[in-house]
Design a protein around this ligand. Structure first.
Ligand code: SF4
Ligand code: SF4
Length: 176
């Protein structure tokens, strides 16, 4: 133990330093807010609850190719066909790490992470996202221009960005 440590121990200097800091902070502006009455603006590109995107005609964009489920590092997306032939799409949100890989992988821009962060619940079922909940989330949080703008602004490049340049050679048909 050094002399400095001994002085610190017997003079309680660190306690006084801590108390001085507390006293100073008592008269400065609070950094906390009264949530949920007060809210801070959502950061641009925030990754919140998932939604399945819809076309303007109201149909889901998802074609159930399963790419998002394959790339998901948490393995929390389930894309499967039900016995009645209907496509099913589920996200076990409690396992999601909000990496955004599903959004990047989707070739159709069919899944998005909305700005919604208020989806707590008392049971797992309340938080678990089924296909109908995911589609409803699109209407609730991303409908109209908002979804399109948000999507194109924060999730680039997308499949549409990879068009073949006109000068690039490509298959033109069978040679004579
Ligand atoms: S954000 Fe990441 S962890 Fe969450 S569902 Fe998508 S790929 Fe999986
Ligand atoms: S969200 Fe996209 S990647 Fe996932 S299954 Fe649907 S179309 Fe395929």
């Amino acid at each position: 133990m050094t002399v400095r440590d001994i002085i610190k121990r017997f003079t309680f200097i660190e306690i006084f330093q801590g108390m001085a800091l507390t006293l100073r902070k008592m008269f400065s502006r609070a950094v906390t807010i009264q949530y949920p009455k007060e809210r801070r603006p959502i950061a641009p590109g925030f990754r919140g609850q998932h939604a399945l995107a819809k076309n303007p005609d109201g149909k889901a964009k998802c074609v159930s190719c399963g790419l998002c489920a394959t790339i998901c590092p948490s393995q929390c997306i389930y894309v499967r066909r039900k016995e009645d032939g209907q496509e099913n799409y589920e996200v076990d949100v409690l396992r999601c790490i909000f990496c955004g890989f599903c959004v990047e992988a989707c070739p159709y821009g069919a899944i998005v992470l909305t700005e919604n962060y208020e989806y707590s619940g008392y049971t797992k079922e309340e938080i678990y996202l089924t296909r109908s909940k995911l589609l409803a989330n699109w209407d609730k949080h991303m409908a109209g221009k908002k979804g399109e703008e948000y999507f194109r602004k924060f999730w680039r490049p997308m499949s549409g960005d990879f068009g073949t340049p006109p000068a690039q050679s490509g298959f033109k048909g069978k040679k004579e």
